[in-house]
Write a protein that binds this ligand. Sequence first.
Ligand code: ZN
Length: 208
Amino acid sequence: MNLVLLGAPGAGKGTQAQKLVADYGVAHISTGDLLRAAVKAQSELGKQAKAYMDEGKLVPDQLVIDLVKERLQADDAKKGFILDGFPRNTAQAVTLDAELESMGIKLDGALLVDVAFPVIIERLSSRRTCRSCGYTAPAGTETCPRCGGEMYQRDDDKPETIAKRLDTYKAQTAPLIEYYGGKGILIKVDGDRPVEDVYVDVKKELGL
Ligand SMILES: [Zn+2]
């Protein structure tokens, strides 16, 4: 099971990934987590990434790809992986395809957790994030269930910025749906339902 996860911020794709990881032992490769971990570990790639982040710049694609490639070498990734947060646009998807091919790895599917924008806006504005590990939970959660860190509302999840993020998502990520659709590996599930119902569909679509 080698998957790319697609879906707007707040669509619940991370939750579905965590469930697949728990049940099937595949690696959940979140590029946000990878970057945070590399920076914390002060690895060579982490130091490079930090320099960009400190300047408020986007980390270059190649650096993210290098981190992903490093992560794919780990034992758990050999059973399968779920890429979360990358690729974000078609150019990155093309690069990823080339890199995976050179590693002899085949992408089995692009899983799209589909949720209408008004629902996304409602969900995101009530979302809180852990300052330490990036875990997300609904408003009212004061401490992180994963690491005990402090939960806060990211600027990104404030109503005024959500609309902008969704515009960016639509412009950049929506073409990926077409890209993977064209390759015949797009798997679309309706994400506007309880988590467990979505998961039943995900497993069915993946033949699990
Ligand atoms: Zn945490």
